[in-house]
Design a protein around this ligand. Sequence first.
Ligand SMILES: CC(=O)N[C@H]1[C@@H](OP(=O)(O)OP(=O)(O)OC[C@H]2O[C@@H](n3ccc(=O)[nH]c3=O)[C@H](O)[C@@H]2O)O[C@H](CO)[C@@H](O)[C@@H]1O
Length: 436
Amino acid sequence: MKRSLDPGAQSPLRVWLVGGGTGGHVYPALAVAAALNAPGALSAAVETPNRWERARPLDGPWSALYVGSVGGMEAALVARESALPFQAIPAAALRGRNLLTMVRNLATLARGTAAAHRLAERDRPVAILGTGGYVCVPVFLAARLAGIPTMIYLPDVVPGLAVRFLARLSSLVACNVADSGRYLGLEPFDYGEAIARLNAHDRAVRLIVTGYPVRQELFSADRQACRAAFGLCDDLPTLLVAGGSRGSRSINRAIAALLPVLLPFMEIIHVCGREGDVTFLRAAMQELPETLQKRYHLFEYLHGVPEMLTNGAMSPAPTMVAALVAADLAICRSGASTLGELPAVGLPALLVPYPYVHQDENADYLVQRGAAVKISDAALARTTEDGLLFREISRLIHRWDERCAMAERMRALAQPDAARRLAFLLQTLVIRRHTA
Ligand SMILES: CC(=O)N[C@H]1[C@@H](OP(=O)(O)OP(=O)(O)OC[C@H]2O[C@@H](n3ccc(=O)[nH]c3=O)[C@H](O)[C@@H]2O)O[C@H](CO)[C@@H](O)[C@@H]1O
């Protein structure tokens, strides 16, 4: 399924972005989509100038199709957060709880692979980037059959089952931090060195450290405007409480218990998730004196980009970007996004890893670099008005010097070029295939 790279051909080259199941697999793909045709993207991404950089079609135009799973949450998120076209294919977990589920999942995988293959024949993608979730499996299997180059991106420090499997199928593997190399059994290459080696047709390069691709607005948003979007006053620090794309019940419960003792000396932006916790949080808020209620800003979900007003202007509506930029301290789960978003805005954090997935290693990465403090989920269950969580929040809110030092160390971990690097590697895959 080779496609002409004739320098005269101006029709956009199609790439696929594949990922789903959870917000953490969708937002990185959207960040890369935004970087694909961004002006100056390639010169900023390539530290080592090379002949591929100058060759057509690296200056685009590129077009992207988002491929998600049938019935997955990604369809609505992609429609809300981007203008990308979307196609769904059947997908299911790689394992089953019993034999019957296993057989059913394998049948879905076979149907998904066939559907992805038919879609590829029609849509003719020249390269595919997967950002995680089971939907990547049928798409990558179909790509293998059709000879389309693929790259899987691992956002977390430790890969899950699907990513380990996909890393074997992929032409290239990209990751957020070099520590992932030992879990994948691959040598990690620094981005600059990887580009130079890929340029020299070095096939030993399989794993490239790119950083975590984030919404670029995180680097440019104006803090005063972001604070104004939430109606924050100027003389109190702000705590952001966020439990990942679905929210966290244990964090929500703990914060509900602490509202009366936290709000006297801070404002709180609380993004609680859509699992219904908003009801008990609102009830807890209503028991507070009115002055404290005004300091509590509760949302079920915050989108990445502002609503458009009917006159086409951007409203000052609260967004996730604005919340991250406006805050002075975060308490959150340690999903992979914390490795990219907190550094992008230099936001120190108290991290509470979700116990049943590999979030401890993400938290440890930031804690070992002095940018965050870790609290166990079990400790949250014992939240009292003078307990560990209250003491840690209170200490970091009051100790301005310590918070600033953590913020500096957090900011030093930022990788502002990650999205452009992934976009460039995707384009590199295409060139590599056509110059092999
Ligand atoms: C319970 C679970 O399995 N969690 C996993 C899931 O988390 P999850 O889907 O929560 O992923 P992350 O925490 O990495 O990212 C959440 C993303 O959603 C955005 N956001 C969240 C809430 C909101 O209201 N608005 C908004 O925009 C955040 O800014 C961030 O970009 O995928 C991650 C990436 O593989 C993993 O690291 C997590 O371990």
